[in-house]
Structure formats: structure tokens, C-alpha cells
Write a protein of this length. Structure first.
Length: 282
């Protein structure tokens, strides 16, 4: 209480009518106000800069990846804090918890650093785009973000702080696309998205199912141009039971072998498999 009274007494002595008539009084007030504005402004500016984030050692790796990315000229807060002065002011008190954690030597990755929202991305990127910059992908962004409610980061996950599986920081890997484009939620035909990837002519031949393995062995890169987005892409089909293996397959398979030979069988089965039933290798 005594401290409050002393403060009140100082206020009355300083801000009275007599002092208010002195020019020097207002010069001092203006100087104090200017100093406060400079200090606060400097603090706000410094805490907006990427080097401030990098001052905490747990952010060194994300900072290093950012510095080599396509977004190296974009500040952390431009992506991770919603636009506007109010959002910035709301974020600053949250940052005090991070600062306290560093001071007490108990740092962890800031929980308040959320993935960028669409509104942040659209400060630079327009959602009107319908074709990729390379021109080989049909990608109507508004259908994904506004009609489907997707966030930009649902597809573009490896832009800044991590490199994608295919070594690209810009283009989403196809495995991300297939989470929706599975033929049920969204169409999965190649030509739905790819302008230059119509089904090759050799894929349309009647014997492609039995001859494609020879093509793959001769030129693996030919297959990987389309299928290489997933590791061990052959197993996607070959781990499934073939459609020909219906309930009558046990009695009918000899006719198929007589017509086509057993090369197709040997892709999954070994000679010993035949011995289990036939007692010998056919």
C-alpha cells in the first residue's frame, strides 16, 4: 500500500499543471514515448525474423532446411501465423512460453507453430490455378481447397522443412494423391490428372498380362516412369490373387497351362508347388 501511495505522489508531482506549462516537460514525455515505441518495435521486428527462431537449437534443422528451400525468402511468421496485426499480437504472448522453456533448459518444438493455413498460402499463391506450372498436370486447386475442404499442406507437405520421397520439394508424390483418387472417393484414371500419360499402346494388347514382365526386365526405367512413385510397385498386383483363380481353377488350370505354358505360374510358384498335388514336375 505504501508503495502505491509513493507512486501516486510521484504521478501528482510530475503530471501537474505547472509542469504541463514547461516545454521541456513535453520534450521529455515525447522522448520517453519515442523510446518505448522504438524498443517495442525492435522487439516485434526481431521476433519476426527467421534468425530469431534459429537462436533455439531445436529449430536448427528446420531452419537449415528452410534456408535451402523455395521459400527461403519467406519469414516463418508469414506461414505459421495467420495474417493481420491482431493475429501477430495474439501470437507474441504464446511465444513467451517458448522463451521460458529455453531459459529453463527444457525446450521442445513449439506447440503453437501450426502448419500453414490456406489463407497464408494464398497471400502469394492463387487458388485459381487449374494446370501445374509444368503444364503436364490438370490440378484445379479450387475444387480441392474450397469444394473438398482440403488444406494446401494436405498435398504440399514437403515444401520447406522436409524433402519429398521423390526428391522434390514442390510436387506431391502420387501416394498422397491416391488417398483420395482411389476410384471411389475420386477418379483414378491416369488422364484425370495427367495430360501426357495416356495408357501406352502395349498395355492394351490382350497378352500384356503375361508379357509385361519381359518388358520390365529389359527396361525397368520404362515402367518406373509411371509406376516408380511407390516402392516395389509390382507387388501391388502380384500380392493379390489373380482373377483367373476362381473356384474352378483347380480343375481348369491344366487347360490354361496347355494353352499358355507355365511361365506365368512360375512368377509366383516354384516347381515344388506342382509336386504337392501332381507328385512330379509337369
Amino acid at each position: 500500500m505504501a508503495r502505491f501511495e509513493r507512486l501516486r505522489s510521484w504521478w501528482k508531482r510530475t503530471f501537474n499543471k505547472e509542469n504541463a506549462r514547461k516545454p521541456m516537460f513535453w520534450v521529455i514525455c515525447a522522448g520517453i514515448l519515442g523510446a518505448v515505441i522504438i524498443v517495442v518495435g525492435s522487439v516485434l521486428w526481431v521476433t519476426e525474423q527467421p534468425f530469431f527462431c534459429n537462436s533455439c537449437h531445436i529449430m536448427n534443422a528446420p531452419y537449415k532446411a528452410w534456408s535451402k528451400s523455395t521459400h527461403a525468402n519467406v519469414r516463418c511468421t508469414q506461414c505459421h501465423v495467420k495474417p493481420g496485426f491482431i493475429a501477430m499480437i495474439e501470437h507474441k504472448p504464446q511465444g513467451l512460453k517458448e522463451l521460458w522453456a529455453v531459459i529453463t533448459k527444457n525446450p521442445s518444438k513449439p506447440s503453437e507453430v501450426h502448419p500453414p493455413d490456406n489463407v497464408n498460402c494464398e497471400l502469394c499463391h492463387k487458388s485459381k490455378r487449374k494446370v501445374s506450372s509444368s503444364g503436364d498436370l490438370i490440378i484445379p486447386h479450387e475444387q480441392h481447397t474450397k469444394l473438398r475442404g482440403l488444406k494446401c499442406v494436405d498435398c504440399h507437405r514437403w515444401l520447406v522443412h522436409k524433402q519429398g520421397t521423390a526428391g522434390s520439394r514442390n510436387r506431391p508424390p502420387m501416394i498422397v494423391c491416391y488417398k483420395c483418387h482411389d476410384g471411389k472417393k475420386a477418379p483414378n484414371r491416369c488422364t484425370t490428372c495427367h495430360t501426357e500419360k495416356n495408357v501406352p499402346e502395349n498395355h492394351k494388347s490382350a497378352d500384356w498380362g503375361s508379357t509385361h514382365s519381359a518388358v520390365q526386365k529389359q527396361d525397368p526405367a520404362y515402367c518406373e516412369k509411371c509406376h516408380g512413385w511407390v516402392k516395389d510397385y509390382c507387388t501391388e498386383c502380384h500380392q493379390r490373387r489373380p482373377s483367373s483363380h476362381d473356384p474352378k481353377w483347380r480343375s481348369n488350370h491344366r487347360n490354361v497351362i496347355a494353352e499358355r505354358g507355365k511361365a506365368g505360374c512360375m512368377f509366383c510358384h516354384k516347381d515344388e508347388f506342382c509336386v504337392r498335388c501332381h507328385g512330379l514336375i509337369p
